[in-house]
Design a protein around this ligand. Structure first.
Ligand code: ADP
Ligand code: ADP
Length: 584
């Protein structure tokens, strides 16, 4: 006799049932033991996300990485070979060097080599990047984050039946990590048939709160706040901040009987309209029958010519077209503005004539508020969210920066760096001085002056500097660092906005006259080989942020010059700098 199961209030998953690829508990040990004998494929971060969503049924009815026929259909027509909608390809790329052959089983592992699943290899096929990018994404432009990523993918796709042993491990926000089945159970308990899903990669402001509340009201249902925590656009706010903001808002500002916050471990493709349709399908599998889609949904930004990749309303239009077939209605994102005199938000179409309105652009938020350490106003962002954003985006004067001195031995790098260190401490910043000579006595002990060893030395200093900057400190590095390419690598690692290259431009004759350590004399006598400037090259920076003249300026004057530069760029607070004497 089948057990009694009440009919669900919620919309059924797409295709009728939720795919579940998890190996039953009692069979796991046996599959695991077998897996230890199998050849392994290590999955990328993206494929790990895809596997998690396949395993839990978020991509239902799809239950495996696509084979060639499905893949071709999806690229051409946004449909699986069964005719069901599936707007984006879901392949598993591998390197052709992987020694794989058909009809064998392989173990799928994550970056740490943890075993996730066993795949029975049924297909290995070549794919054409140009065709896929052009048809599925509508572009070959390398500014599209997925196009550039696809150039690094393996040249073969593989497909086959999946047996999943464990979901990827997540240690963050565990209470909010709900599978489609768990999400459905929670929604069911809230007692509404209608569920409207919403996600944005951006921090949540009052306007999002307003429009999501209106949408839930409009459909007389529950709001599913469903932020993406897999992969988004590389420059987006990190997912910790994103989720903290969602949590703060969900906890404090919604009726708990009308809202559910669940995380979506999706790896976005930033495919605009096709992605909007895909999100609708995924949200449906989690139990939503409505979705809020705004302007520029899943937009990858602008192409090489400065044009947007997709039109602002293309996503809404495509979803509208397939809405009935997919069973998910679109709730269009109404543009809302704030009416300060009435202290409320209103649809732009319904603003009384002559009413005052208020809004802030993303640039204003960054430049006029966060970078300057000013709190966002409460009409724009709830105070709890404003505080989270202030923590993630501290003002410039609390952000990290790397000051990289370069120049010949004896040029005056260490001497100037020491003065600058003291001045910065005086003005309230945390500083670590990484001096080449000193670093070579511990972190780089044993390294010589071959090109390879010098590069290793610089990269070690760079590694430490990156960490210091990431944590909001100032790293002052003073090493000859003779090679331009290596210095540029460090600049990229730190981030160009936080890297200040200081060229201590002292002529060789002057350094040689100073010869405080007697090294030049030795080098001239041939007792030291490969000495920079004598018989080893020094490549001056092409565009240093600051150039110092140590012949006509004292170390103190030069240190003040750098301090002045830091102040102008916001890294030292103006109010502090006002008390500093004039620069010589
Ligand atoms: P580096 O770190 O570039 O090898 P140092 O700072 O260790 O160089 O040595 C520079 C030497 O030059 C010191 O002895 C310092 O006193 C002397 N010197 C003379 N004038 C200056 C100046 N204007 N700036 C920096 N150092 C100077
Ligand atoms: P790099 O950036 O080339 O690794 P460091 O600043 O770490 O250089 O070390 C350079 C210091 O080491 C010089 O100031 C000098 O005192 C000493 N030194 C010893 N041999 C050499 C050499 N062959 N070339 C340059 N500096 C040398």
């Amino acid at each position: 006799m089948t057990p009694y199961r009440p009919v669900s209030l919620l919309i059924a998953p797409y295709g009728g049932r939720l795919v579940d690829l998890m190996v039953p508990a009692e069979a796991r040990d046996e599959v695991k033991a077998r897996a230890s004998q199998l050849p392994s494929v290590q999955l990328s971060e993206r494929s790990v996300c895809d596997l998690e969503l396949l395993a839990t049924g978020a991509f239902s009815p799809l239950d495996h990485f696509m084979g060639q026929a499905d893949h071709q259909h999806v690229v051409d027509e946004m449909r699986l070979t069964t005719g069901q909608l599936f707007p984006l390809p879901l392949p598993l790329p591998v390197d052709p060097s992987a020694a794989l052959h058909l009809d064998c089983d392989i173990a799928l592992r994550d970056a740490k080599n943890d075993l996730l699943a066993v795949m029975t290899l049924e297909e290995i096929y070549a794919w054409d990047l140009t065709e896929v990018a052009q048809k599925a994404l509508g572009t070959l432009d390398l500014r599209h984050p997925l196009v550039i990523e696809m150039h690094r993918w393996g040249k073969r796709y593989i497909s086959g039946r999946l047996q999943v042993l464990q979901l990827p491990k997540h240690y963050d926000f565990q209470q909010l990590r709900l599978t489609p089945a768990q999400t459905r159970a929670r929604l069911e308990a809230l007692g509404y048939a209608n569920v409207v899903a919403f996600h944005t990669r951006h921090p949540l402001h009052r306007v999002h709160e307003e429009l999501t509340k209106r949408a839930a009201q409009e459909v007389d249902g529950v709001l599913l706040l469903h932020p993406v925590v897999g992969m988004t656009k590389p420059e987006d706010v990190d997912h910790y901040t994103r989720v903290r903001a969602y949590k703060a808002l969900a906890a404090g500002y919604y009726d708990p009987k009308r809202v559910l916050l669940a995380l979506l471990p999706l790896a976005m493709r930033l495919a605009g309209p096709r992605e909007a349709l895909w999100h609708a399908l995924i949200h449906r599998n989690y139990g939503a029958n409505h979705v809020i889609i705004g302007r520029d949904h899943a937009s990858p930004g602008e192409d090489a010519t400065g044009q947007p990749f997709y039109g602002p309303y293309d996503a809404q239009a495509l979803l509208q077209r397939y809405s009935t077939e997919l069973g998910v209605c679109m709730v269009p994102f109404h543009e809302l503005v704030y009416l300060p005199d009435q202290e409320r938000y209103e649809d732009v179409a319904r603003i009384p004539s002559g009413a005052r309105t208020a809004s802030l652009s993303g640039t204003q938020v960054r430049e006029q508020y966060l970078n300057q350490g000013r709190r966002l106003p409460p009409w724009f962002t709830r105070p709890e969210v404003a505080e989270i954003l202030a923590e993630t985006y501290p003002p410039r004067y609390r952000q990290g920066v790397c000051i990289w001195f370069t120049g010949l031995s004896g040029a005056g790098k260490s001497t100037t760096a020491e003065v600058l260190t003291v001045l910065l401490l005086e003005y309230g910043r945390q500083v670590t001085l990484l001096d080449g000579d000193v670093v070579r006595t511990h972190l780089s002990r044993g390294l010589g002056f071959s090109k390879e060893d010098r590069d290793t030395n610089i990269r070690r200093i760079g590694f430490v500097a990156v960490e210091i900057v990431r944590h909001g400190g100032i790293a002052i590095c003073a090493a000859v660092s003779p090679y331009r390419a290596t210095r540029n690598d460090i600049r990229n690692l730190v981030g160009a906005e936080h890297f200040i290259e200081v060229f201590v431009d002292t002529p060789l004759e002057v350094c040689e006259t100073r010869d405080t350590k007697g090294m030049y004399a030795k080098a001239r006598r041939g007792e030291i080989k490969a000495f920079t400037g004598i018989d080893d090259p020094y490549e001056p920076p092409a565009q240093p942020e600051v150039t110092l003249d140590t012949v006509t300026h004292t170390p103190e004057e030069n240190a003040h010059l750098i301090l002045h530069y830091l102040c102008q760029h916001g890294f030292v607070r103006d109010s502090n700098f006002a008390t500093i004497g004039s620069v010589g």
